[in-house]
Design a binder for this molecule. Sequence first.
Ligand SMILES: [Zn+2]
Length: 134
Amino acid sequence: MSDGRIFIEPVPTAETEAFWAGTAEGRFLVRRCRSCGKAHWYPRTICPFCSSDETEWVEGTGEGTIYSFSIMRRAKPNYVMAYVTLTEGPTMMTNIVDCDPESLRIGDAVRVTYVKTAEGRALPMFTPKSEASA
Ligand SMILES: [Zn+2]
């Protein structure tokens, strides 16, 4: 889906290359530490919690809940910036799409959806689970 907005093109690095390869296939990968067991965002080789380099990619659920959000009303069309707490633990900044912004509530369950960028990468964004399954 696309509403004609221009998104900031992600620049894959050595640390995030696998993540972007995953989204291109519709897979949401999360980086987790084998040493302390915690997942983190954004993906890094060194664990931000315990500084271990024993981190690995795991298949994420692509599901989470809205931690906070704000509606960008000056944009046409309006869009929603949000922090989503993933089921795996970390919180990421993202957009909520395919929704009625006025009906969103903190704590709402969301799931990942992918928006194609100009260069063909798949940006992970989130959409309310209730509306998606309705
Ligand atoms: Zn760790």
